[in-house]
Design a protein. Structure first.
Length: 343
């Protein structure tokens, strides 16, 4: 081999050796950037486990007082129990007393119960349910029952049960923002043809929305729970009627809610879908007169989570036997994730 060729070969081998030393293992043809410290990803939110069985027991506890319609002994006993129960878990509790005449008579003494749950500081969200029950079973197929008060396990008891179980969990693991729970009275004493506002329904929420208490921050939005405990089963003596829809426990998209706060509706239903809670269906049930309406009209866009309408609705069969721990669990678990994950 000529001497000049040997010299070139030696230079080439030397260059290769130097390049290999510079690149080291994993060299891809460009100079590697020095490693940078990466920030730790945020820890996933700890969401307390909602217990539908405990919530179902709270439905039965309420029904043990009997019907809680205006002027009844059960109404008076339920109020005392409710204040004591929520008071175990709340920072503060307010009883908002008022009087009103209903579509069935009066005036009666009523009381909205407000509870501040969770941290003191921050922007609160409103969670609502009504605790009174209907004075007449006007949708019962048996005319002999239509002047009887209903027990209100689902219509009255279910929403309250979910909120009480949520309050218990929040006392153990504080939510990231304050929660104002409004347990409103005088929702279920309206009827078609009444000249009262909202046909005589929503009297308690109307009073609260127009007499928001001093010293309580006004929430920018909220969620109402009503008829959220149905078991989705047939009741042999009650034929399916057009206003009931299908028998299955479905939580459809309510019309006023979609108009007032579509973003919060989507958050709740999307969360339920991610959790696999099939009761939340993206089908419209149309607009419903319920306790969210006075708040929407007062500028607080509250959305309504409800079933329209279970077979037991406004009948003497609205009892704990026709409620479901699974249904209560789907609703409670969804709301816990919405609040704790701040979606």
């Amino acid at each position: 081999m000529p001497e000049r060729t040997k010299s070139r070969l030696a230079l080439m081998l030397s260059a290769v050796a130097v390049l290999a030393a510079v690149c080291g293992c994993g060299c891809s043809g460009s100079t590697a950037a020095p490693a940078q410290d990466q920030p730790e990803p945020p820890a996933p939110a700890t969401v307390p486990q909602f217990d539908g069985t405990r919530a179902l027991q709270l439905v039965s506890d309420q029904c043990a007082f009997g019907p809680r319609n205006p002027g009844s002994e059960g109404h008076e006993q339920m109020l005392a129990w409710l204040v004591a129960r929520i008071g175990q878990f709340a920072r503060r509790v307010l009883q908002q007393d008022f009087q009103a005449t209903t579509a069935f008579g009066g005036p009666y003494d009523f009381c909205n119960v407000l509870a501040w749950v969770g941290p003191e500081e921050g922007e609160p969200i409103l969670l609502m349910a009504h605790w009174d029950t209907r004075p007449v079973a006007d949708q019962d197929p048996d005319p002999a029952n239509r002047d009887q008060p209903i027990l209100g396990a689902n219509d009255g008891g279910s929403g309250v049960a979910v909120l009480l179980e949520m309050a218990r969990l929040m006392a153990e693991t504080a939510p990231p923002r304050p929660i104002i729970m409004a347990l409103v009275d005088a929702e279920d004493s309206g009827r078609q043809g009444s000249g009262l506002p909202y046909l005589g329904f929503c009297l308690g929420s109307d009073y609260l929305a127009t007499h928001w208490p001093d010293g309580w921050a006004k929430p920018p939005e909220g969620v109402l729970l009503d008829l959220v405990g149905g078991d989705g089963r047939n009741i042999e003596r009650i034929p399916a009627q057009s206003f009931h829809g299908d028998v299955a426990f479905d939580l459809e998209l309510e019309g006023h809610s979609l108009d007032a706060n579509p973003a919060l509706v989507n958050t709740v239903w999307s969360t339920a879908e991610q959790l696999g809670h099939a009761a939340f269906v993206r089908r419209s049930c149309g607009p419903i007169t319920d306790d969210h309406l006075p708040f929407i009209e007062a500028g607080i866009p509250v959305i309504d989570v409800l079933e329209v309408f279970p077979l037991s609705w406004h009948t003497v069969d609205d009892t704990p036997e026709h409620c479901s721990a699974d249904s209560l669990g789907q609703v409670g678990d969804t709301l816990m994730h919405v609040i704790y994950e701040e979606l």
